[in-house]
Design a binder for this molecule. Structure first.
Ligand code: SF4
Length: 389
């Protein structure tokens, strides 16, 4: 997939990197601007004052050296059960443009940023895995960007697959809405890499996921990677329960199971639309009125706008039922939900982060069983009263 890049900003410190030179060569038409700290801030301020900084920023590529750590915990919240995923930070911003995208409300730098000090990433990653050698680590590259949308520029994903294929205590999840998987097909993942596709109701993929691959293309890409030894994952996130949602999501579920071998699906996550206050305004300023942001949202325990727990439970139970019709033992999990919602919708006692970690790790390590290691999935919290769990 090629996305239009009109400008490339190169930070002084990144100018000599070989990756920088390779990337610049790929965009002979782009305006190249070398930036130090001062004029990068000025350019950013000018961009913020543009009519739609996000649309403009998606055509600007900024090449920098990342100075912080490359491995970070996923930004979960203590109020809900978190899966303990670690983020491998490869860059931020995304050239696709989903109307509901949370990044619109998170970043004050609306450009696409790629880190050119890839060798630092590998040494940070090696160090991290060494320091945490006694526990199994699940890492993912697709949190602050799409894992593959800009990978044709960096060639990082196949290198990471090779790296993780030889690591005993970790797995990598590559998460995408593209079908740009060709470079991954020549690398043997050795059961350590999960190719994850974000999926949705077809209507949402067409209307709301601008420049992403059509659903059928994602599923075909899933099949091709599965045939090459990758485990698969599917993320239904965000589920948007508009009128007719059940039929639409059922159709997507059925298409998945018609296309791929269900025994090679590591997990399927479900997450009903939730968002930080402020996203609605940013998104509607860009796209006009978006009906699903005007549903009955309440503040959740994490301060985000969430639908009432009873509605989320209904959505999760019905989608999970549909999945289980095809694969009764499917490892379904909820993204950032309470033990109450877990129990009521999936019938699973999921009390703690470590329970969920063990549940997902068991997909990758045959010897690890959910709830091992002193976890306490048997307990269950009292029924909630007034709070929107
Ligand atoms: S693909 Fe993901 S990161 Fe990219 S715009 Fe859509 S939601 Fe945002």
């Amino acid at each position: 997939m090629n996305f239009p890049i009109q400008e490339i900003w190169i930070d002084t410190e990144a100018a000599d990197a070989s990756l920088t030179k390779n990337i610049v060569r790929k965009f002979p038409q782009a305006k190249v601007i070398e930036t130090d700290q001062k004029n990068a801030s000025r350019l950013m301020r000018e961009l913020e004052l543009a009519a739609d900084p996000f649309s403009r920023g998606k055509k600007i590529l900024r090449l920098i050296r990342h100075r912080g750590v490359f491995v970070k915990p996923c930004p979960g919240t203590p109020e809900y059960v978190c899966c303990g995923l670690k983020i491998l930070h490869v860059g931020q911003g995304c050239p696709m443009d989903c109307r509901y995208c949370a990044l619109q409300a998170y970043f004050n730098r609306p450009v696409l940023e790629l880190f050119v000090n890839v060798e630092d990433l590998f040494s940070d990653l090696t160090q991290y895995l060494k320091q945490n050698g006694d526990t199994f680590q699940r890492l993912c590259t697709g949190e602050f960007t799409d894992s593959l949308a800009l990978d044709n520029l960096t060639g990082l994903a196949p290198r990471l697959v090779e790296f993780f294929a030889s690591v005993p205590n970790a797995s990598l999840e590559i998460k995408t809405k593209t079908d740009a998987i060709d470079p991954l097909l020549d690398v043997d993942p050795k059961g350590r890499v999960i190719m994850a596709f974000s999926v949705n109701a077809r209507g949402i993929t067409r209307r709301d996921e601008l420049r992403a691959a059509p659903l059928q293309k994602r599923l075909e890409a899933a099949l091709r990677t599965q045939k090459k030894g990758y485990l698969l994952a599917f993320h239904f996130d965000p589920i948007v329960p508009l009128q007719g949602w059940y039929e639409e999501y059922s159709s997507t579920v059925d298409s998945i199971f018609r296309t791929v071998d269900s025994s090679r699906i590591a997990w399927i996550s479900l997450g009903v639309l939730r968002f930080v206050a402020g996203l609605k305004e940013v998104a509607e300023a860009r796209f006009g009125k978006i009906p699903y942001f005007h549903d009955g949202f309440l503040r959740g325990l994490d301060g985000k706008c969430r639908l009432h727990a009873d509605r989320r439970i209904e959505v999760y139970s019905r989608v999970a039922d549909r999945i289980r019709r095809h694969a009764p033992d499917a490892r379904i999990y909820l993204c950032m939900e309470s033990p109450h919602v877990w129990k009521k919708s999936l019938g699973i006692d999921m009390q703690h982060d470590r329970d969920l970690e063990a549940y997902l790790n068991s997909a990758l390590q045959k010897e690890v069983r959910p709830n091992q290691g002193g976890t306490s999935c048997k307990k269950f919290l009292p029924e909630p009263h007034l709070k929107n769990f």
